[in-house]
Design a protein around this ligand. Sequence first.
Ligand SMILES: [Zn+2]
Length: 148
Amino acid sequence: MSDYIMKIIPADFTYFVTGEQAKRTLSFLRAMIKADDITFLSSETPVFVDCGSNLEMIVCPCCGEQLDFGWWGEAMNIAGKEEFKNLSITMPCCGEKSTLNDLDYEFPCGFACAEFDILNPSTDFDSQILSEVEELVGCPVRVIRAHV
Ligand SMILES: [Zn+2]
């Protein structure tokens, strides 16, 4: 059976979660959610937090055109050379400016310097848990649902 990981990341990809914030958020999540494991990861530069095999397509947030994975891979390579500090891109479809973080990933993905991973949760969160997490982390968050 494959694993399901619910990942919670700050919506702002440059946002840094302090050790104290991480500790408090972890104990809150562990108290509220039944799961095989709940862990925290952080990095000095943003990393791409993906939804695993759930990634079916990527769509331009400006014009709604479906994007080519080859183009996206190349854009990721270029941004990766600068450690994802600059995610700005020009869309190949409509010429609009956007960022790799703002593309419409189906299912959602995103960039972050911090991530809470909830392995095989047997309960889903409600919006109340989520707003409590945002309070503890000090920043709006995104939820990424990954199958690995
Ligand atoms: Zn477009």
